[in-house]
Write a protein that binds this ligand. Sequence first.
Ligand code: G3I
Length: 365
Amino acid sequence: MVGTLRCYNCLVLFFCILIIAESCKKKSNPTPEPAATLQSTAPFPMGAAVNSPNLKNKAVYVGVLLTEYNSVTPDYEMKLNWVEPQQGVFNYADGDYIVNFATQHHMRFHGHNLIWHQALPDWVLNFQGDTSAWENLFKTHIESEAAHYKGEVASWDVVNEAIRDDNGALRNQDVNPGDGSIWRQHLGPDYIARAFQYAHEADPNALLFYNDYGQEWNGVKLDSIIALVTNLKNRGIPISGVGMQMHIDINTDPAGITAGLQKLAATGLKVHVSELDISVNPNNDPNIVFTTALQLTQASMYQFIAETYRATVPAAQQYGITTWEFSDADSWIPSFYNRIDWPLPFDANYKKKPAYFGLLKGLKY
Ligand code: G3I
């Protein structure tokens, strides 16, 4: 009996030691917290423009996107030249792919864009018709695409870049080829209000945005944008928000960024930083080196933008921050400006840059 008791005590002692050892081990190696991500840190949606070829073919692209972002905007797949390449012939396949991807992964979808003076197919650019024929073309496109994505798209950039850089007037048949707007030319200045009405009728639950660039460096354009969206809002036109694209560079004046965000927030509309990227080679230097100093300057600007957005835009109006793609490999800037540049938070190998950590830091409370 005594022997059995001694064995039992030894066994109890052994398990006690085991439990103590285990708890000490856990204390010395606590289960690591999951690494912070842009989407887990931001108090609002973190978005990225994405392209369907990469979604289909690039696993590393999909991996970073799903880890870091909870909102997507199509890079080009929902623009008129892609969706309606011939009048009345609609091609939604690539847009559907991105929407289905977003739905499958519970990501918000921001549609881009229904009406723009660029990305127009030849049949539109060469269209011959009277005002009612133009109105029919315009209305049919908006209603068809907005109805197709009804219930799947949280929001739309209904009209993109309708205001000139030089004088803040509506683009019309401007002096610079490609800067004009056939929509203003053939439909009159109030085409913008009707675009929002047609989109709202087709998808009453979608939030509707006016989207433009230059608010952080062009005070005349900023004031014109504010006058436009305020007029629409005051007339009861169904506008929900305004997009501040923020295609900026390391020389962009921080005071302009703050003023732009403040003035847009003062409209009471939602504010979406909709196409953020920060060029480090605005002077097209062919010999530029992406030095550590440049990388840290870019990082501090990403941090500044996130902090300023949080500090100046009331929480109820924070529609989120969207980068225009997320890796330098997919940025539009090097090809558009024919220069080397590294504008985004991830490098060409989809590795986090200092810019990523600057953005992450700026998102933290
Ligand atoms: O991926 C296809 C490829 O499969 C096809 O063979 C090839 C030939 O047609 O086209 C490729 O798609 C091109 C795409 O860029 C990707 O390179 C489209 O033709 C081309 O039109 C598209 O350009 C886009 C541009 O808008 C016009 O839609 C840019 O990626 C995109 O970054 C740019 O984004 C604009 C915003 O919408 C508005 N704000 C400014 C911003 C930058 O210009």
